[in-house]
Write a protein that binds this ligand. Structure first.
Ligand code: 8X3
Length: 246
């Protein structure tokens, strides 16, 4: 049974991915900050899941947890870098610097750091990495400023990893979803009402949709690498360029 390490399993896509991979017969190491949610998921998924409580930005806590994994979960075959967030939709000139640094610390620094830590075992096991980017990596939008830039980093880091890892057998994929109804917009705006209105009538993608896509990517034959996959709900597309007239 292969083992996947999934960051951020306490909600949304990460939680759905933990269910999907356990359901497909994988062992899962699931990380998150919220102990109550980790315990509920543990209760639900049983012994195929091992939960680790830490903030991905806390390298010391992360290393202590990863270095003490029980024997059955030692050796990661697939790293799913799911943990990440958006904070704020204000224009750059009104944004809080602390929101920007939190997004950079979580979406970039923590992702790079855990990838660096696990690369030796992923190479030894000819494993795989699935990084959660976003359509915001590929298209600018008002208020996307640092969030989109962090996801552009995730996409390009994924592609560059592939260049360096050629010959190792390690596969790397950047998953780039558009609108998925999760806690994402509540976290971004602090308002359940704003979140509900954003998704109303859109029939957005679900966490389960993206988890199923991740599982499909992981289940491809070892000679095939899905470099990047961009997904949107049918009811989301692009807008014309903004033009300001004086
Ligand atoms: C966020 C995607 O389309 O909700 O990663 O801005 S979208």
């Amino acid at each position: 049974m292969p083992t996947a390490l999934i960051t951020g399993v306490t909600a949304g896509i990460g939680e759905a991915a933990a269910r999907a991979f356990v359901g497909a017969g994988w062992k899962v190491v699931g990380t998150g900050r919220r102990a109550d949610r980790l315990a509920a998921l543990q209760e639900e998924l049983g012994e195929a899941l091992h939960t680790l409580e830490f903030d991905v930005r806390d390298e010391a806590a992360r290393d202590a947890a990863l270095d003490a994994l029980p024997e059955a979960f030692v050796g990661i075959d697939l790293l799913i870098n799911n943990a990440g967030l958006a904070l704020g939709l204000e224009p750059a000139q009104q944004a809080k610097l602390s929101n920007w640094t939190t997004m950079i610390d979580t979406n970039i620094t923590a992702l790079v750091s855990i990838t660096h830590k696990l690369l030796p075992q992923l190479i030894a096991r000819k494993g795989a990495i699935i990084n959660l980017a976003s359509v915001a990596a590929n298209y600018p939008y008002p208020g996307g400023n640092v969030y989109g830039a962090t996801k552009a980093f995730v996409r390009q880091f994924s592609l560059n990893l592939r260049s360096d890892l050629i010959g190792t057998g390690v596969r790397v994929c950047s998953i780039e979803p558009g609108m998925v109804e999760t806690e994402f917009t509540l976290v971004r705006t602090g308002s359940q009402d704003v979140s509900d209105k954003l998704y109303a009538g859109v029939n957005p993608m679900t966490a389960e949709d993206i988890a199923a896509t991740m599982l499909w990517v992981a289940q491809q034959p070892p000679h095939l690498n899905v470099n990047a996959l961009e997904l949107m709900p049918v009811n989301q597309a692009w807008s014309p360029f903004l033009v300001h007239r004086a």
